[in-house]
Design a protein around this ligand. Structure first.
Ligand code: ASP
Length: 417
């Protein structure tokens, strides 16, 4: 007879079976009730969301480093196609960011509600003696930082525990060459990131409780406007893709959409363009009839760099938070947002919430307080799905454009013919 599972394990597996977005929604409701009940006292809840964001921010640089090294190392690209691919990716991402910034500048979602401005950094610094702040100071802001900083022993221990446990599952994998090493490093970072993402519902609960308790419902009006603005910008980006497909490839926009609908639906439901990659490839080659070479360049190689939905979202989020806080970003600051959003979207892994991790880089580059990313957590479970779908549609677009205007002589299956 199989030994019965201990009750705690049973609970844990039941809890893990609840999808993340459901947990986030529940956390929002719980946060709302708590905020209403506690009022101003809910200021205390600022701390957990700060800690979670700090952890996400700490993982961003190594994640980007390893992800980009990994892709460059493992993909085979011929020189000419690589050039075309890079050109297409850069054009699409720039258009995405231009659309995002234009919509955010025109709609000004951040001004749709009054919001208390944060205290200036100097006065915040002056009151940082509380135990809560001491705790936050010990949560590592970067992976290597605590190693160079003698004071932060707790930070070193936290990193050691996280990576020690994450390495347990790969400890007996042989490392034969440099590629193995990079792959294992990538796997371990993703494992740790996955754990931190499990904490996101706690962050959502905390930030909703704090905002509702101290500010009431006003900020959520702006959040609603932000969601609308992002959806509008993503819709415009879809229009751009379909127009380009119409004019510069043999595929018709309807054929492309119909042929890849399984991949698009999967992107929306899994929140992960990487998990969707094989389905995108199969849809392109089998349903649409794209040449294998174009499909693999666009949907397998390009997909690693091509995250237009993420780029658009990061740029819009930076502008939104600036508007919310009444800080007008100058033209040159918006240019910095463009450049860092491109880098952050290239570095974002195709997994749920990865864009939120790399967003910390965009915010820091223009001096926006990263703790406001926590506010975005409340809508990110939904917007992440939408931008992931656009990320995949971007791969479809690039594959169709690479395939050119000449229809292949023998079309695979062509279900939509
Ligand atoms: N979830 C997105 C993707 O898989 C990345 C992001 O968070 O923007 O493409």
């Amino acid at each position: 007879m199989a030994p019965s599972k201990p009750r705690s394990k049973e609970w844990l597996s039941r809890f893990n079976a609840i999808p993340l977005y459901v947990r986030i929604l529940l956390a929002m409701v719980l946060g709302l009730v708590t905020g209403l009940l506690l009022g101003e006292h809910s200021l205390f809840f600022e701390m957990p969301s700060k800690v979670i964001l700090q952890l996400l921010g700490a993982l961003a640089p190594p994640l980007i480093l390893i992800a980009v090294v990994h892709v460059l190392m493992t993909t085979e690209i011929s020189g000419r196609t690589a050039g075309r691919l890079a050109g297409l990716l850069l054009l699409n991402t720039s258009v995405a960011i231009a659309i995002g910034l234009s919509v955010a500048n025109l709609m000004q979602p951040g001004t749709w509600s009054e919001f208390k401005k944060p205290e200036p950094a100097a006065s915040r610094e002056a009151t940082t003696a509380s135990p809560v702040d001491l705790l936050i100071q010990n949560v590592p802001k970067s992976i290597l930082g605590p190693l160079g900083d003698k004071q932060n022993i707790i930070g070193v221990i936290l990193i050691a525990v996280a990576f020690g446990v994450a390495l347990r599952s790969v400890k007996s994998k042989p490392i034969n060459d440099v590629q193995n090493f990079v792959e294992i490093a990538y796997e371990v970072i993703l494992t740790v990131l996955h754990w931190i993402i499990q904490l996101v519902p706690i962050g959502v609960f905390a930030i909703v409780a704090k905002v509702v308790g101290t500010e009431g419902f006003a900020p959520f009006k702006a959040m609603g406007a932000f969601v609308l603005a992002v959806l509008l910008a993503l819709a415009l980006q879809t229009g751009w893709y379909l127009l380009r497909i119409h004019f510069f490839s043999w595929v018709s926009p309807m054929q492309a959409l119909r042929g890849t609908r399984d991949a698009l639906a999967m992107a929306f439901s899994t929140d992960s363009s990487t998990a969707t990659m094989p389905v995108t490839y199969a849809c392109l080659t089998e349903n649409v009839g794209i040449r294998e070479e174009s499909a693999s360049m666009g949907a397998l190689v390009g997909a690693n760099f091509n995250n237009d939905g993420t780029a658009l979202y990061e740029a819009m989020a930076a502008l939104f938070v600036a508007q919310l806080l009444g800080m007008q970003l100058t033209f040159s600051q918006q240019l910095i947002v463009v450049v860092t959003s491109i880098l952050a979207s290239v570095g974002a892994a195709g997994i749920p919430e990865a864009g939120l991790v790399t967003m910390t880089l965009v915010f820091t580059a223009v001096g926006l307080p990263v703790e406001y990313i926590a506010l975005l957590l409340t809508v990110d479970w939904f917007l992440d799905r939408c931008r992931t779908t656009i990320n995949v549609l971007g791969d479809v677009n690039v594959s169709c454009l690479l395939d050119g205007k000449l229809r292949p002589a023998v079309i695979g299956v062509g279900r939509n013919e």
